[in-house]
Ligand binder design. Structure first.
Ligand code: OGA
Ligand code: MN
Length: 198
């Protein structure tokens, strides 16, 4: 894992797109776990706000499954270990006080979107750093599903579109950057996580 590049980008601009955070094999293993749990009915419609109790399909249409620390899948344990070392490196260099990770698998069916939003809730401001790991094989621009990301609130016209290619990790300060998920032509898979402070 190349935490240094991520930390440098977070320090200078508050966000980072890292294209080869994980190699193909662990990404494929995570994708396999994600698909198997989806097939066995483990996912539910995602909600909005702290606690995610309100399902508002005008805002977001993904289906999710929260990860637990004692997940039995080795691929999930490897993911959690990679996030733990990223958390330690970020805390050492940037002193963000990251304490725990909450993370879920997210599956967007074809055509599903998540409208423009910020990740920090009004009711609960503990989310500090968003980490999104994409799990999709052979994604092309024609598949859609880009993460549309606004690096500067002051320049609302200037956005960038990030492809959800397997192994890409997107990190950004949760309270600062507007973003949305564009509809895709294929099912779009990710693990979305938030490092929280105490
Ligand atoms: C989210 C989110 C972006 C993505 O779950 O809050 O913005 O690219 N996801 O999946
Ligand atoms: Mn978000």
């Amino acid at each position: 894992m190349n935490a240094e590049a991520i930390i440098d980008a977070l320090a200078t601009q508050g966000w980072c797109v890292h294209h080869d955070f994980l190699p193909d094999a662990p990404v494929a293993a995570l994708r396999g776990v994600c698909l198997a749990r989806q097939a066995s009915g483990g996912f539910h419609a995602a909600g909005v706000g702290a606690g995610q109790s309100r399902v508002i399909s005008e805002l977001r249409q993904d289906r999710i499954l929260w990860l637990e620390a004692d997940d039995p899948a080795p691929a999930v344990q490897d993911y959690l270990a990679a996030m733990a070392s990223l958390r330690q490196a970020v805390n050492r260099e940037l002193m963000l006080g990251l304490f725990e990770l909450e993370a879920h698998f997210a599956a967007y069916p074809p055509g599903a979107f998540y409208q423009r939003h910020l990740d920090r809730f009004r009711e609960d401001d503990r989310r500090v750093l968003t980490v999104i790991l994409y799990l999709n094989a052979d994604w092309t621009p024609a598949d859609g599903g880009q993460l549309r990301f606004w690096p500067q609130a002051s320049a609302p016209a200037d956005c960038l579109d990030i492809l959800p290619t397997g192994g890409t990790l997107v990190t950004f300060l949760s309270d600062r950057f507007w973003h949305e998920v564009l509809p895709a032509r294929r099912e779009r898979l990710a693990i979305t996580g938030w490092f929280k402070r105490r």
